[in-house]
Design a protein. Structure first.
Lengths: 377, 363
């Protein structure tokens, strides 16, 4: 009889456990009740009032337009959720943003990064959303509907990823941005897009000051050099130069030489002398010539050509460094090097590192090794 | 169930000790070390390792005076019934805090990352029930379970290697930024992750190879400290130095940086798997609580006391619902009692035994 009793007790326990397991169902979301916005836009209007924008895909055969956009005024992102819900058929799940667009007006002020707090605090959010600066207002980009373009969020994510792979821009995710903002030894940078004649165009890289205010932009070639200095160059990124003293025929730029970078890197040596930091940068790169529009007699004057390109790259890097100093930014992270190798001096200036960097001196040397020049002479 | 009927092998023993030490604490360790000593915090790990290795050897040395019994038998034999009962009460209290602390961290992590809308109380019941089923079978089953979980989790550290893609190695330099001062203050942080060594008090009589006990416990201790060192390095080179103490559980947060095409929130399946690892903290310790209570009262079976333990846990949770601030208090109490039980008590016991034996030989 006792065995019987135990068995009955056990089966009740099992039933009870299964019942308890159902408690987890409180956390479920039915897909048909959910709206999954894929893009988040943040902007200020003319009166500096905060606006949010989201773009959510609509899954329905009957509707021609593939996405629904929502916008509104709000004090904060989380608080804006009621307004988001009121304009979308399902409950908004702000968890799958692919891109976060930040308007230019937003970037005129320091401290905008704090508004993204909910992205990091709610663990259900992804933090690999690409953060993108929009030249001008966010609204026209979010509402853009072009017949030859996939929906804006998907398009933007693809645009950023492919541009970053080519070195035309950078891929800064929300978590990357978090790291960059908290790092005292560098300043943040994000990719920058604009709207040109109704088409979304990659503009390059936007450099932000320590507080998050927009400082300046980098073009495509400058971005490659930034990546080169950061040691993040991937093979295949290319640089083009007009060679001085080459003959130009007609309207064609027959003096252009393009190189594509192979295995390359930059060594940064830090020194502190006479009250200022000094960085010795030696760039070493294996390159191959991918385009050469001028006539080249033979490769016997190879050395001279290499020297010329090296000089051009070096001049470009020096210009870029001067630009950083002028705009008080440090996207390369020289401060991290300063902290690692000259800590006592860095510690005194870590609160305003970018200003200190403006007084620093650089010594750039470039060493290129031409690996191949293609099958044509 | 006597010790001879439930033998525990050396590898199982190592698994139990490592599980008790590392299973829950590794989550917040990099963050705690960074708040104590910045990026030099990792230097406290080898120092903490040395301290805890000494404690481990002392504990094994104590147990070798009475190899056929647990610490309670040892005390009964050398110091009498009342000393044994007092020790049982103290150890039951200590392991209750130990298990409770591990449980609360497990539950809060589960709630925070997996089931934000589900009540902690229900999660606690769901988590305790399978725990009891394993714990009531005794030490042999517990140690087999520990070994299986350890073997199943070996691959996890390798996943963290993916995050090194974005590592900034210069974060670790310069070493000793502010000198040795902060490092020594961080050693204090390392006392808590080393706790769990006193499991030897209960497992020793079960060991099949008692001669290897000392080396086994050193191996177990080194394994957990090696894990701490690895995970701390991974977090320190990924997060920037001023950022890392912003995260409560950087070890989980760092997973969010991983991007795979087939899954969006990579950390979710990991936390679900971590639940198994977390159980290595609470299952052995809830057994120890019940074992001590049973010895103290000398009646009933382990299962009854496991039920008492669960009722106590749920009552404490009802009286003081778990929160983040709660964990800090708990960790503080646990570190305090832990130092008493795991560092001071064994040393006193060893001194007592050495002096007593000398006195016997002399007379």
């Amino acid at each position: 009889m006792k065995v019987h009793k135990i068995i009955r007790l056990r089966s009740w326990a099992v039933i009870g456990m299964i019942g308890l397991l159902l408690a987890g169902c409180g956390d479920r979301v039915n897909l048909e009740d959910a709206s999954l916005p894929l893009a988040l836009g943040l902007d200020l209007d003319e009166n500096d009032k905060f606006h949010f924008f989201i773009s959510a895909p609509i899954f329905s055969k009957d509707i021609k337009k593939k996405t629904r956009e929502v916008s509104g005024k709000a004090e904060s992102l989380r608080q804006s959720r009621a307004k988001q819900d009121s304009q979308l058929p399902g409950a908004v799940q702000g968890r799958n943003y692919q891109v976060i667009l930040v308007g230019e007006r937003m970037l005129r002020h320091n401290g905008w990064f704090r508004t993204l707090d909910v992205i990091f605090r709610d663990t259900r959010n992804t933090v690999s959303d690409r953060v993108i600066m929009v030249d001008g207002a966010v609204a026209p980009v979010i509402y853009l509907e072009a017949p030859d373009q996939p929906s804006v969020p998907v398009f933007l994510r693809g645009l950023v990823d492919s541009s970053a792979a080519r070195g035309e821009s950078v891929k800064t995710t929300a978590l990357d941005l978090h790291r960059q903002f908290y790092e005292q030894g560098m300043t943040p940078f994000i990719s920058q897009i604009g709207l040109e004649k109704g088409k979304i165009t990659m503009k390059g890289t936007a450099l932000l000051g320590k507080g998050g205010k927009y400082a300046t932009s980098l073009g495509f070639q400058e971005t490659v050099l930034l990546l080169l200095l950061r040691g993040e160059v991937e093979e295949g990124m290319s640089l083009s130069y007009k060679l001085p003293g080459m003959e130009v025929t007609g309207p064609f730029a027959t003096d252009v030489l393009s190189i594509s970078l192979g295995k390359s890197g930059a060594k940064i040596k830090t020194a502190w002398r006479e009250g200022e930091f000094h960085f010795q940068i030696s760039v070493k790169a294996k390159v191959s010539i991918s385009e050469e529009l001028f006539r080249h007699d033979n490769w016997s004057n190879d050395l001279k050509l290499t020297g010329t390109i090296e000089e051009l790259v070096q001049r470009d890097i020096e210009k870029l460094l001067a630009k950083f100093q002028q705009h008080r930014v440090d996207p390369v992270g020289f401060g991290i090097h300063a902290r690692a190798f000259a800590y006592p001096h860095f510690k005194q200036v870590q609160e305003h590192w970018a200003e200190e960097l403006a007084r620093a001196t650089f010594d750039v040397s470039v060493k290129l090794q031409i690996e191949s020049s293609g099958p044509i002479k | 169930m006597s010790a001879a009927k439930q033998p525990v092998s050396t590898t199982q023993f190592i698994s139990v000790i490592t599980g008790l030490q590392a299973s829950v604490v590794f989550l917040a360790l990099p963050s705690n070390l960074a708040s104590a000593a910045g990026t030099d915090g990792w230097l406290a790990i080898p120092i903490g390792w040395m301290v805890s290795t000494v404690a481990a050897v002392v504990i094994v040395r104590v147990m070798s005076y009475y190899p056929q019994g647990t610490i309670l038998d040892l005390l009964q034999h050398f110091a009498g019934g009342w000393a044994s009962r007092l020790a049982a009460l103290m150890l039951a209290f200590y392991y209750f805090i130990f298990a409770y602390d591990g449980l609360i961290i497990t539950l809060l992590v589960t709630k925070e990352w997996l089931l934000p809308n589900t009540s902690v109380f229900i999660l606690a019941v769901l988590f305790l029930a399978p725990g009891i089923m394993i714990a009531q079978k005794g030490l042999q089953v517990i140690s087999r379970y520990a070994l299986i979980i350890v073997i199943m989790s070996i691959w996890i550290p390798f996943v963290y290697l993916f995050t090194l893609h974005d590592a900034v190695w210069l974060n670790l330099l310069p070493m000793l930024k502010e000198g040795w001062g902060p490092v020594f203050s961080a050693v204090r942080v390392m006392l808590y992750p080393a706790l769990g060594l006193t499991a030897v008090f209960f497992i020793y009589p079960h060991l099949t190879n008692k001669a290897a006990a000392a080396s086994a416990i050193v191996i177990a201790n080194s394994l957990s400290h090696g894990l701490y060192l690895f995970i701390t390095f991974v977090c320190f080179v990924y997060f920037s130095p001023n950022e890392i103490d912003q995260f409560m559980t950087p070890v989980i947060y760092i997973m969010k940086s991983l991007e795979f095409n087939f899954i969006e929130r990579v950390e979710v399946p990991f936390i679900a798997f971590y639940l198994l690892i977390f159980s290595l903290d609470s299952i052995p310790s809830m057994y120890f609580v019940s074992f001590c209570l049973k010895r103290m009262i000398n009646k009933g079976s382990i299962g009854v006391y496991l039920g008492v333990f669960c009722a106590a846990v749920l009552t404490v949770m009802l009286v003081r619902s778990p929160s983040v601030g709660h964990i800090d208090d708990l960790n503080f109490i646990m570190a305090l009692t832990g130092i008493l039980v795991e560092y001071i008590l064994p040393v006193c016991l060893l001194l007592f035994l050495v002096i007593r034996n000398k006195g016997k030989k002399a007379s």
